[in-house]
Ligand binder design. Sequence first.
Ligand SMILES: *Cc1c(COP(=O)(O)O)cnc(C)c1O
Length: 583
Amino acid sequence: MRIIDLESDSKVAYFSMEVGLDPSLPTYSGGLGILAGDTLRSGADLRVPMVCISLIHRKGYFHQELDREGNQSERPVSWSPEDKLEPVDVKAAIEIDGRKVAIKVWRYDIKGISGHIVPVYFLDTNLKENTEEDRTLTDHLYGGDNYYRLRQETLLGMGGVEVLRKLKHNANTHYHMNEGHSALLTLALLEDETKANGHNLINASTIDIETVRAKCIFTTHTPVPAGHDQFPMDMVEKVLGSERKAALQKLACCDKDVLNMTYLGLFFSRYINGVAMRHGEVSRGMFPNYPINAITNGVHAVTWTSEPFKKLFDNHIAGWRTDNLYLRYAMDIPLSEIKKAHTEAKTELFKEIRLHTGKRLDSSLLTLGIARRATPYKRLDLIFSDIDRLAAISRNVGPIQIIYAGKAHPQDEPGKLMIKRIHEAAAELGDSLKVVYLENYEMAIAKLLCAGVDIWVNTPMRPREASGTSGMKAALNGVPSLSVLDGWWVEGHVEGVTGWSIGDASTPPEEDFSNEVSSLYDKLEKVIIPMYYGGPYAFANVMRSSIAFNGSFFNTQRMVSQYLCNAYFPVGFSVDEELDFTR
Ligand SMILES: *Cc1c(COP(=O)(O)O)cnc(C)c1O
């Protein structure tokens, strides 16, 4: 692990549209925000000089309710930043739509294991001096239309840089963009640079551009071109003004008549990465003109390890909290204790389910967990492709039950239909195979679910899963994955040792539906169910290896260390060189 030079005053400003810090702060929607929170938690543990910029999202993402048929309804989450966060004594303003928008700032401190603090600054436009419309700009995470989104992204990127300037946090700073939403920060930095050098934005020099590039790091998360934020240029002109629009058009970040936030991030970054090795390859194919590296995601180990396993690790693996690599020695923990800790986690999950849904699940049954954003490519319902075969397997080989969770974006009709299909399948299966769909998937449920099921199932359409992280949370708790070979599982999968694959990686993806479906059933029928009921110690062995091999690696402590080595303060890259980064 790299030792950080605490004497140098260079720091990292991490920009993310969402950040998952605490179940009581609805400032995230899913994987991207949880990753941001886990990154910052590990940054604090590793004493990285780091701050985060995000938006306050006064109405959150949304609260999901499901009726009996699985129809999703949404309502805004109400919460008061005033009760949860510290106001920061700073005021900033930027221009949006040709008028001044004032910004106030809230702070949340993340305290690392040794006391080091990473502050998160949330931008908020709900101020009397703003127009009614501008006051709502920081209300809804991923809500509203494209125009709302562009104004939010302007606030995040350009407003964030302005806030850091006001906080005197802008010298020697490396700017890390967690996905393209914050890419306009590069434009704010370019404005600073051109102003300092007596140029204007339109005639920025190569040196101006290279100086900005020397400060920026970009992480892309989206292996599908349609998933990248794009805005028509006339909208860009309305929101940002004609000079900025012209400057963006001159730079290589516009595609015909749209601003592509990913191109903007790519263009201005000295270091670019995807979030798993496979995702790096896919991204290089999508953006062949950029040097794209890969750093595989992780999860914050202490946050996602359940109480029974924390106790178990504390008893057997000294130092695992401060150095997650020690989890490799989980191999020395007796299998009976692994089983016992898992039974406790499972009991806890089932107790909560009974409390919140009234449904009773049998904890002696093999239980599968399937939870992620409900959107078609994630194929949450793949396991119901052949309901008769599934029911026969459960009846003849060994009983299984399935616990689901996941929200569909309010505008994602196909995603909502998928939730309904799962409910229909559940009704059809009746008592022959119990299916429970938990409402309103969020951090607290994820923590219980990833630890309390017996197998974590993931069936996205390859190669769309950039990384995936919930299988990593499961691994820390000795829950093996059964997953298609995509994202992190390409690296974490050792067949029969850390879990099982669905399909294989060599057949062309996206055309492989029937092969994947039959593989999923075959693995359950011929390998997993017989092992679970017939060889509990063989199964516990897989559980233990998941912790030792995957828990020890797929954590954000390893991930942040890799960002330090490769992206933030790369070996052989000093601050002096950085100022001379003009090649
Ligand atoms: C971990 C987590 C996610 C992301 O899971 P993926 O496997 O990366 O899709 C989404 N939502 C919640 C609440 C989580 O805890």
